[in-house]
Structure formats: structure tokens, C-alpha cells
Design a protein around this ligand. Structure first.
Ligand SMILES: [Zn+2]
Length: 387
């Protein structure tokens, strides 16, 4: 009898405390939203964030909706303060609790787009745009952001109609596509090389679109407002591979090269690698630039090797002719020596740290004990001896 009475009082106490918690949670959330809506400066948003942090701390651990709402608003407040790392973390947490919420997808999309993590941005903006629960404003905003990333959602109508799903790929193609089999085999081979040589297991499926002709491929990219050069046979945009039905001999190497870029972006949590590492690894997997040692030695003797600042530009497409060739050549050699000297495990460590938001130089310091500039010198010593 005594124990029943004890349980009764304990139950009442818990219900009572639950009530108090809920009130505090809601009160802080309301305060935060008021401040957020009237905010003009980062300091105002910091005040809102402080209220949202309290709301999050007081939200009942058993109430996923409360936790998700507090984290969502806290993420928005961090975003407005310009702290994109903290914003992404909160919004990712909110998404685990409310995976269908279009507002969470939308703000995660903004956040990733601002960080240059466009594959993820497009994924979440599309989810928000397609969600039946999205408000008209949310849909409009998702569409505008998709347009700014050259991903007009209306262009889906131009995509090949058939879909083949394998373990690794979602392939959109036309009926009786003659290159379908060879495209799959080529990409599967790249996946094996990426696993054996770089030690990377690609954990996400990749979408591949095969158009019927160069003209269709070119037309699609013109409509995206990002036309491709006339010689292009395959390319990657926001994590998707585009190609067309062709017997061009360079198709296979190009596909393997582009797929490696996709694999690396998946491995780094959609963060950019320094250009030399990215292009070097992609060219290594595709076995491009095989005759490089002699050409490199010639460049070394002429003191024409590229300094690190020229290898960390956003894209090697800024270079033409000999300089472009040298940029790729030097990058392939630098990643080859990196893999021979330190092994794939160190490469994975580098990718993991960059994926966690560290700069490339911080990651190089932590994993190899030298910056990229230091590594460039070590590579020269290894290859040519001395400085
Ligand atoms: Zn490339």
C-alpha cells in the first residue's frame, strides 16, 4: 500500500515537472522567434540563438518534435550569424528528428549552398521543392536557390525516361541504349580501382544520365545555363554524371575520371579538395598522363614546375596548353608519391579531416606533419633529389 502511494506521488511530481519544462521550453522558443523576427544585426541573432539554446536544453528528451523545433530555429539563428558550421550541425540534428520537414530541408539547402557543398545543397533543396507539405513561399525559395545552382527543376522533363538501379548507380537512359552495358562496366571498374588504389568504399549511389546524342547532351547543358565545350563527352554537375551515346575512345577514361571526383566528394562529406589532389587522384584512377616522368623532369630542369598557389586554384580550367598539361601531370605525380610514401590510410585520414571542416593545410599538418607547400618540396626531393 505504501509503495503504491509512493508511485502515485512520484508520478504526479513527474507530470508536474513535465508541465513546467514544457512551459519553459515554449517560452524560450517564443522569445527566440520574436527576437529572430525583429533582428537586424549578428548581435540580435546571437540573442535569439541564446534563447533557442535554452529552449533546446529544456525541451523534453522524449519529445522529438520539441527537440527538432529548437534545433531548427537554433540552426537558422547560427546561419544568420554567419556560423555555417554550427548551423549545419543543428539543422542536421533537426533532420534526424524530423526527416520529412520541408523547412529543415530548405535551410539545410541554404547552408550547404553557402558552404559550396552543392551536391548536398541540391539534394535538400529538391526535397523541399517536391514536398507536398512545403508552403508556396518555401517552394518558391527552393526553386530560386536551385536556379542559382544551375539546377532548374523543370529540366527534369529533358532527362532520359528509363531508370536502371544497380547497387552503385541510378542510370537514366533511353530504351535500347547501345552504350548502357559498357558505361556500367567502366564505372564498376573505376569503383574497384578507387577501392584498391585509394582504399575508398563509395557509400552512396551515383546518378548517371545517358543522352542519345552529343546534340541532346549539349542542349541539356545549354538549358542549364552552363554549356559544355564542344569536345566534352562526359561531365559531373552537383554529384551527377552526364554523358551520351558515343564511341569516342576517350569516353571510358573520362567517365572514370569524373566518377572519381564524385567518389572524393562523397568521401569528404561534399567538401572541396585542393585542386591538385582532386585532379591528381581522378587522373590517377583513369590512368591518364602515363608518360609523365620524363616530361616532369624536363619541367624541373627548366625550373618550370608549378608552385603550390598555382595548384590550389579553384579549377585547372584557368590554364591553357602546356600549363594545363603540366598542372595535371604534376598533380598525378604528387598523388602517386603520396600514396606510395604514406599509403591509402593516410589519404583517408586527410579526406576525413577535410570532410570534418578542417582546411587542407590543417589536415596535411595533422596527418603528414607538413603543409601542402611542405609536401610539394618533399615530393620534389623524392623525385629529383635535393631542392
Ligand atoms: Zn577533373
Amino acid at each position: 500500500m505504501k509503495s503504491i502511494r509512493w508511485w502515485f506521488w512520484l508520478g504526479l511530481l513527474l507530470v508536474g515537472r513535465g508541465g513546467v519544462w514544457a512551459e519553459d521550453w515554449q517560452e524560450y522558443l517564443r522569445q527566440g522567434i520574436d527576437r529572430y523576427r525583429q533582428a537586424h544585426t549578428p548581435a540580435d541573432f546571437a540573442e535569439a540563438a541564446s534563447a533557442f539554446r535554452k529552449a533546446k536544453a529544456l525541451a523534453l528528451p522524449t519529445r522529438r518534435d520539441q527537440q527538432a523545433q529548437a534545433a531548427y530555429w537554433l540552426g537558422r539563428a547560427y546561419y544568420q550569424q554567419g556560423d555555417l558550421e554550427a548551423a549545419a550541425k543543428e539543422l542536421e540534428f533537426a533532420l534526424t528528428l524530423a526527416p520529412e520537414d520541408p523547412a529543415v530541408h530548405l535551410w539545410l539547402g541554404y547552408c550547404y549552398a553557402q558552404q559550396g557543398r552543392n551536391r548536398r545543397a541540391v539534394e535538400h533543396l529538391r526535397r523541399a521543392y517536391r514536398s507536398v507539405e512545403a508552403t508556396p513561399q518555401e517552394r518558391t525559395s527552393a526553386r530560386e536557390w536551385l536556379l542559382s545552382l544551375y539546377e532548374n527543376p523543370d529540366l527534369e522533363a529533358l532527362e532520359p525516361p528509363e531508370k536502371l538501379v544497380t547497387d552503385r548507380f541510378i542510370i537514366k537512359h533511353y530504351p535500347r541504349e547501345p552504350v548502357l552495358g559498357i558505361v556500367i562496366r567502366t564505372l564498376e571498374e573505376a569503383a574497384r580501382t578507387i577501392r584498391d588504389r585509394l582504399g575508398l568504399i563509395i557509400g552512396e549511389p551515383t546518378e548517371v544520365l545517358i543522352f542519345r546524342s552529343a546534340a541532346e547532351y549539349q542542349y541539356y547543358h545549354q538549358q542549364r545555363q552552363l554549356p559544355r565545350p564542344e569536345w566534352s563527352v562526359a561531365c559531373v554537375a552537383n554529384g551527377r554524371i552526364f554523358t551520351y551515346s558515343t564511341s569516342t575512345p576517350t569516353l571510358f577514361q573520362t567517365l572514370q575520371h569524373e566518377y572519381t571526383h564524385v567518389a572524393l566528394r562523397i568521401a569528404t562529406n561534399d567538401r572541396r579538395l585542393p585542386c591538385w589532389l582532386d585532379e591528381g587522384l581522378a587522373s590517377l584512377v583513369a590512368q591518364q598522363f602515363p608518360a609523365h616522368r620524363l616530361d616532369l623532369e624536363r619541367a624541373y630542369r627548366r625550373q618550370a614546375l608549378l608552385p603550390i598557389d598555382c595548384l590550389t586554384v579553384p579549377s585547372f580550367s584557368v590554364y591553357q596548353g602546356d600549363r594545363a598539361y603540366l598542372a595535371y601531370l604534376q598533380s598525378v605525380s604528387m598523388v602517386e608519391v603520396l600514396l606510395d610514401r604514406f599509403g591509402p590510410t593516410r589519404l583517408q585520414d586527410l579526406l576525413r579531416l577535410i570532410g570534418a571542416g578542417y582546411t587542407a593545410d590543417e589536415a596535411f599538418e595533422a596527418v603528414l606533419g607538413m603543409t601542402q607547400r611542405g609536401y610539394l618540396l618533399a615530393w620534389q626531393r623524392e623525385l629529383f633529389g635535393g631542392y
